[in-house]
Design a protein around this ligand. Structure first.
Ligand code: EPZ
Length: 433
């Protein structure tokens, strides 16, 4: 398996083009199932998860072409997000099998659209993953509110909606990004009005809602925790561009903070980062968003100060930035209490950071980080996407060499990570095994 070798060094300086958001692109791709028309999605990132989603949709009968007419529009920064054309003219199968769902939990997002379009779906239960059991009970309970009949058979969710889904009132027992996305898509073709209460407010939800509206859906309450959808008999194709990846943006902001560098991130915004901006500014990081797609992040030379963060649903501090923020706090002055409230097991980066000399004590869902002067490079192991990248970040500023194994986790969520960092002065290379 490939590894990434980093030799800790000086401040990163330069420009990084931010890719399209993985966690917006995946539900947007599943939305193609709602229409016989062609959905063209721009700014699609080159990621393993996108390829898995293409494979899954093709198995369901979707015709998928990459880069459409072969032209890839380049913006001023030479940034070339790919264009995906997806046409679900005929659904050939309504089964998402275990082999694919096992690889990517987001496959469960075909459940709502298939049920709405074909009135049936058979989707493997995702099984757990490194960061937790991650059941789908909230998805299933909510779909039953729209008239779905759901059984669990041989590890599969078998869902039927004879005569189609009907509108209803869904009150989510807890905030769930995926369940909100599944229900948004299902309700778009249900008969009548659906109200989603306690809906997730993550920007990726708003991106999906805007795409559905472009396809002819009628949705109100975007950005709020109460979404009202008037179901339509059919939806059309549409052209839509995926939002910039806010977690990739936050990750490179962390790289500038950690190395005392000065980075300009292009094709992105801080408006979707929730509490990340305030938390970073509290540590002493300088951030300037020109409102025109360019975000500059730099340090004024002083050592960063420890500050506390708690992960919660948007607009609070996102769980997907918790590991990266901990890497920054590992060498900040003073202490930082980092509390993880979304996933039950999302501290796997802690033992690896500790091997690099970090001083971190875990107590339940809280980690107390006491800043040390400098981390030391070491061979470390990645376990999930964001844990992996926090180890790369730590290696950028550590003394000596860090070798990160199992980098396939990184390929799931970061496009050209090594190239983007190397272009800003990082001493980093991928070792192909
Ligand atoms: C999405 O996962 C993201 N993935 C995750 O990003 C992100 O961490 C998460 O939202 C929270 O923001 C994608 O968008 C593809 P949830 P999702 O449903 O939808 C529990 C990354 O690194 N839950 O909001 O699966 C669940 O176990 C990934 O890019 C239930 O109990 O998250 C978790 O503890 C990691 N029952 C909590 O709710 C359910 O039916 C939040 O999960 C559904 C969820």
């Amino acid at each position: 398996m490939d590894q990434i070798r980093i030799t800790g060094g000086g401040p990163l300086k330069g420009t990084i083009a931010i890719s399209g958001a993985k966690n917006a692109a995946l539900p947007l791709m599943c939305a193609c199932l709602l229409s016989e028309g062609t959905l063209r999605l721009g700014n699609i990132p080159h990621l393993a998860d996108i390829s898995t989603a293409v494979h899954l949709l093709a198995q369901l009968g979707v015709t998928v072409t990459m880069n459409g007419d072969g032209q890839t529009a380049k913006d001023a920064d030479g940034h070339a997000g790919r264009v995906l054309s997806l046409t679900a003219g005929q659904i050939a199968s309504t089964t998402a099998d275990y082999e694919l769902v096992r690889k990517m939990r987001a496959s469960v997002l075909v459940l709502g659209p298939l049920l709405a379009r074909e009135h049936e779906a058979r989707v493997s239960l995702p099984g757990g993953c490194a960061i937790g059991t991650r059941p789908v009970d909230i998805h299933l309970g909510a779909l039953e509110e729209l008239g779905a009949e759901i059984e669990l058979e041989d590890g599969y969710v078998v869902a039927r909606a004879p005569g189609g889904l009907r509108g209803g009132v869904v009150r989510f027992p807890q905030v769930s990004v995926g369940a909100t996305e599944n229900l948004l898509m299902a309700a778009s073709l249900a008969k009548g009005e659906t109200v989603l209460e306690n809906a997730a407010r993550e920007p990726e939800i708003t991106d999906l809602a805007n795409c559905l509206i472009a396809m002819g859906a009628e949705i109100e309450g975007l950005g709020s925790d109460r979404l009202v959808i008037q179901g339509k008999p059919t939806l059309n194709g549409a052209d839509y561009s995926v939002m910039p990846d806010r977690i990739e943006t936050g990750t490179y902001m962390a790289a500038a903070a950690l190395t005392g560098g000065d980075l300009t991130l292009t094709g992105t915004t801080t408006s979707t980062l929730g509490a990340v901006v305030e938390a970073m500014e509290r540590t002493g990081v300088e951030i300037n968003d020109d409102g025109n797609g360019r975000v500059r992040v730099w340090r004024n030379g002083a050592r960063l100060k420890g500050t506390d963060v708690t992960t919660l649903p948007f607009p609070a501090f996102p769980t997907d930035m918790q590991a990266q923020f901990m890497a920054i706090m590992a060498t900040a002055e003073g202490a930082s209490l980092i509390t993880e409230t979304i996933f039950e097991n999302r501290f796997m980066h802690v033992p690896e950071l500790t091997r690099m000399g970090a001083d971190i004590t875990i107590n339940g869902n809280a980690a107390l980080v006491r800043g040390v002067d400098r981390l030391k490079g070491a061979p470390v192991m990645a376990t999930d996407l964001r844990a992996s990248v926090s180890l790369v970040l730590a290696g950028l500023a550590a003394e000596g060499e860090t070798v990160v194994s199992r980098v396939y986790h990184l390929d799931r969520g970061y496009e050209r990570l090594v190239e983007k960092l190397a272009a800003c002065g990082a001493d980093i290379e991928r070792i192909r095994e």
